[in-house]
Ligand binder design. Sequence first.
Ligand code: DC
Length: 226
Amino acid sequence: MERLTIAIDGPAGAGKSTVARRVAQRLGYLYIDTGAMYRALTLAAQRRGVSPHDEDALAKLARVLTIAFAADGNGQRVLLDGEDVTDAIRAPDVTAEVSHVARHPLVREVMVEKQRELARDGGIVMDGRDIGTHVLPNADIKIYLTASIDERARRRQREMEARGYHVALETVKEEIARRDRLDSERAVAPLQKAADARLLDTTGLSVDDVVEEILAMCRTRGREGE
Ligand code: DC
């Protein structure tokens, strides 16, 4: 069967990575978490003392870093120059700065090039903020996942708890609202639903429901392609 390219976008906490990972598993595709790529760059910058506002230095750093994904049972490890940074890139101080790093056009140019290269052969599920609109405008399937801010904050809080970070719900909600604002209002490739993306509001839906919905879209598309 044709190996499709699937783009999943949406705001923080909409369930993108959980859903994207499952869809990729079910189809035997590669899952590419572009948020993890911006996070890895943010971590590398912090370690080197590069300011999140220094666009040239960040773009230069992005060009020399190697960011790779390695399958690991049900999940996936993120490797930064060979070092496993899967947990380190979820630390609150990385989360707090990543939207500033991702705002710069030169940084995005480098990252988008890496992302297109990873997607070149199809058979991938890629999630982020600008995949359907900008990185892969010709993706076979485009989804825009969202959920109410309360639900997104609850999910993010649970995810952080599981990683050992205890943060009040109100604080998580404020953090998400702040990132939504930064990601949606930036000049280059802001968070936006692509005109041809299917909107899926996951409030009150289970992960399985959403995964099945996307797999059904893939089956229909597969038949259209015959
Ligand atoms: O999905 P996430 O929370 O791991 O993403 C971290 C940040 O990276 C997010 O706040 C905005 C940025 N990002 C982006 O600008 N473009 C993408 N394609 C993916 C993430």
